[in-house]
Design a protein around this ligand. Structure first.
Ligand code: CP
Ligand code: NVA
Length: 311
């Protein structure tokens, strides 16, 4: 298995299945259920945050703690990264102290550079391009709700063709499920990711400008904010461009009656999703958020352990 987890493509379908099964097992061993499982005793994870976070930060930190290890957080204001110390130097220094690095940043090349220079595993906790931990965890949530048959389901994504959308595309290609995306003109997913998907995933990956077409017969509808971290100045312009791309009761009624509604959070109620749908019976957003913890643990054990769960 690869040293790093930067993209869904870093994992084979078999490795993804292994992680999903391990996450289910780990969820059953949660301390709240009386479990003690400490395979990362003595291990440390450095978490580099160049963008804000609630779920990723807390799930990685608590995950390491509950597995017997330790996590520490570094942000530009409190570390030399903010004073211009190169990623390449930071990667080599951290490799002498800790057993793994999780990085959340802007340019995806910073994650890649961290991985290139670190001798320890590097995990992408979100870049402008990808959010692989989120999608792995979301696929786990789908299996929890709909069983192992998830590859036969149709997933829809409505909204911005951002890091979350790009990782959904990678996930659909890697695992072979159908994905229809509806994005406004000019706000589609990354062109290279899409081209690879259409070459490898064929007609299962569809991009349209029509949200109703995307959600037709969907088993799952996903959405995400219209302006991601770092795009705050574009908020007003984007709000205009995304009119008609809201996940609301009307759009939901065009999907299958048992369609799940997903959102990685944080959400902007009244923009990409209505409060009614986010808080409604088909929404699984808080289970999704919880599952970040269980899936993160499964990723950490695999990468910071010896690349296998029984080592
Ligand atoms: N979904 C997600 O990654 O949330 P945070 O930005 O709070 O980590
Ligand atoms: N697309 C969002 C995801 C937040 C978890 C962002 O990058 O801000």
């Amino acid at each position: 298995m690869k040293k790093d987890f930067i993209s869904i493509y870093d994992l084979t379908p078999a490795e993804i299945e292994t992680i999903l099964h391990k996450a289910a097992e780990i969820k059953g061993m949660h301390p709240a259920a009386g479990g003690t499982y400490r395979p990362l005793e003595g291990k440390a994870l450095a978490m580099v945050f160049e963008k804000p976070s609630t779920r990723t930060r807390v799930s990685f930190e608590v995950g390491m703690y509950q597995l017997g290890g330790h996590a520490l957080s570094l942000n530009p204001q409190e570390s030399q990264l903010g004073r211009g110390e190169p990623i390449a130097d930071t990667a080599r220094v951290l490799s002498r102290y800790v057993d793994g690095i999780m990085i959340r940043t802007f340019a995806h090349t910073r994650v890649e550079e961290m991985a290139r220079f670190a001798s320890i595993p590097v995990i992408n906790g979100l870049s402008d391009l990808l959010h692989p931990c989120q999608i792995l965890s979301d696929i786990f949530t789908i299996t929890e709700k709909r069983g192992d048959n998830y590859r036969k389901l149709k997933v829809a994504y409505v909204g911005d063709g951002n890091n979350v959308a790009n990782s959904w595309i990678n996930g659909a290609v890697r695992l072979g499920f159908a994905l229809s995306l509806a994005c406004p003109p000019g706000y589609g997913p990354d062109a290279q990711i899409l081209a690879r998907a259409q070459a490898e995933g064929g007609s299962r990956i569809i991009l349209t400008h029509d949200p109703q077409e995307a959600v037709e017969q969907a088993h799952v509808i996903n959405t995400d904010v219209w302006a991601s971290m770092g795009q705050e100045k574009e908020q007003a312009k984007r709000r205009k461009a995304f009119q008609g791309y809201q996940v609301n009761a009307d759009l939901l009624s065009r999907a299958r009656p048992d369609c799940l509604v997903m959102h990685c959070l944080p959400a902007h109620r009244g923009e990409e999703i209505t409060n009614e749908v986010l808080e409604g019976p088909q929404s699984v957003v808080f289970d999704q958020a919880e599952n970040r913890l269980h899936v993160q643990k499964a990723i950490l054990i695999l990468l910071l352990g010896k690349g296998t769960y029984d080592a």
